[in-house]
Design a protein around this ligand. Structure first.
Ligand code: GDG
Length: 457
């Protein structure tokens, strides 16, 4: 294989992204092939920048561009985050369709594609990431690039009935099919896209997973993303994790810990989770004072209105639950709207009896996998997992719930808290085996292996 070229909105040049599993996994291949990573610098400027900032780190070249204020507003905040994100998470009610913003989204995809194409050589392999760059495969072709181009969608792909509500759906689908390989998180997402192409575009699905449509043939497949399991075990046993675990244990004073960690996003089902926690305390007065729920929810995209409303709703709900159930010496639901280090989170997971991962819709959900790896075999905690997280396809040994059904989620919390040790261990071992086997390297290798046949000999 020649050089690997990665393209994503934010890159590992951003220290916050650098520690993430994805950055590490992609970086490995970039380092091994002397590759290059393209993306946004994180800076905003008034005029479309002519140049790029380029620097090298461990043999990997980062090529970054600033965005103009207008591009950031229309491409990123509006089209990516107020059209694609809500619709792809099945939330048509939250979408603000905007054809002017689509033009800018399209122009940014083309601007970056031109920047990338200028630096490509024929032996390169291009791997594009996520919903900011749905049109990049096509834009690269326009820019003269004819080599293999893969795309991985980190978020769900909605059913065709929903996707086709986007005014530009046909344009997007046609552009997507310019990629040689399109990867999804789950079989459900892959099947949704295939159904759209077959039913609405006259596509022909082949048995080997390729699909012929729009005069071209593209491979579509599910490649569930994983984590770096050993790295997370190490984080969970680091001195920072030990200190965090100690601090929380002191606060808990022998109470059982139920934990949730999610970016503050409406896809994560936090209001519904809080309602379920309220239901659980309604149903089990005997457990008042014996269980403490901690929800960590670092705010994200706080410039977008829907996220500001979510923040208010959570503040209110948490206040109500604690007002209804709390006592002088007990806070039933601790809700912390801030971020913690990866090691601190790992320490928190390690001492939790229950992990709550109940998104309304999620591409994969890495927290589910991290929670499992942080547990100790001698006394493992139980994962309560939404049936609507991509992770549910791999992690059937979790307690699988419908996050909209607060009674069932409350029952699952109770079942998890009272589950006998032997059952906890049996379930946990099966989950651990999956997370270890289908890790981040497995994901990357599977994807790149499928992209390789597209490389001209
Ligand atoms: C997208 C898709 C898909 C969370 N809070 C803190 C923190 N985190 C870390 C978690 C985990 C990551 O962030 C979140 O990953 P998720 O998978 O849960 O969700 P998204 O951010 O929505 O990611 C998702 C993923 O892409 C990968 O393909 O699984 O479905 O939506 O690693 O631990 N990390 C730190 N402090 C925090 O406060 N350090």
């Amino acid at each position: 294989m020649g050089r690997l070229i990665a393209i994503s909105n934010r890159t590992a040049a951003d220290p916050k992204a650098r520690a993430g599993g994805l950055a590490v996994a992609v970086w490995e291949s970039l380092k091994a092939t002397g590759g290059c990573w393209f993306g946004w610098s994180g800076e905003l400027v008034d005029e479309i920048p002519r140049g790029t900032s380029v620097y090298r780190d461990e043999g990997v070249e980062f090529v970054l561009t600033d965005l103009t204020h207008d591009e950031h507003e229309s491409y990123y905040l509006t089209y990516a985050n107020r059209v694609i994100w809500p619709v792809f998470h099945y939330r048509l009610d939250l979408a603000s369709f905007d054809s002017e913003a689509f033009k800018v989204y399209s122009a940014v995809n083309q601007r970056l594609a031109n920047m990338v194409a200028d630096r490509l050589v024929p032996t390169d392999t291009v791997w594009v990431h996520d919903y900011h760059f749905l049109l990049m495969g096509d834009a690269l072709r326009h820019a003269g690039w004819e080599g293999p181009t893969g795309f991985f969608l980190h978020i769900p792909f909605p059913p065709p009935e929903m996707f086709s509500a986007i005014p530009e759906h046909h344009w997007i689908a046609r552009a997507l099919c310019a990629y040689s390989v399109i990867g999804f998180q789950s079989e459900r997402d892959r099947a949704n896209f295939e159904r759209y192409l077959v039913d609405q575009c006259g596509g022909e699905a082949h048995e080997d997973g390729r699909i012929s449509v729009f005069g071209t043939t593209t491979r579509i497949a599910a490649y569930p993303i994983g984590i770096d399991p050993a790295g997370f075990v190490e984080a969970a046993h680091s001195p920072v994790a030990d200190r965090a675990a100690e601090r929380i244990s002191r606060f808990l004073g022998g109470r059982e810990l139920v934990v949730g960690v999610d970016r503050m996003d409406y896809s994560k089902g936090l209001p519904q989770r809080f309602e379920a926690v309220g239901q659980f305390f309604d149903d089990h007065p005997d457990l008042h004072g014996k269980v403490s729920v901690t929800q960590i929810a670092p705010p994200s995209r706080s410039k977008v209105e829907e996220y500001q409303e979510l923040r208010l709703e959570l503040d209110q709900l948490a206040g109500r639950i604690n007002g209804d159930h709390g006592d002088l010496d007990w806070i039933p639901l601790r809700y912390l709207a801030r971020s913690y280090s990866r090691e601190e989170l790992a320490g928190l997971f390690r001492i939790a009896r229950v992990g709550l991962v109940t998104p309304l819709r999620d591409g994969m959900n890495l927290v589910a996998k991290e929670f499992v790896m942080a547990q100790d075999e001698s006394d493992p905690g139980v994962l309560v997992l939404s049936q609507f997280a991509g992770a549910a396809e791999q992690m059937q040994e979790a307690l699988i719930v419908n996050p909209h059904d607060r009674h069932k989620v409350a029952d699952a919390i109770h079942q998890a808290l009272t589950m006998p040790l032997e059952e906890r261990q049996t379930r946990w071992r099966k989950l651990r085996d999956i997370v270890v086997k289908q890790d981040i390297a497995w994901w990357r290798n599977n994807f790149l292996r499928d992209l390789e046949p597209a490389i001209p000999a």
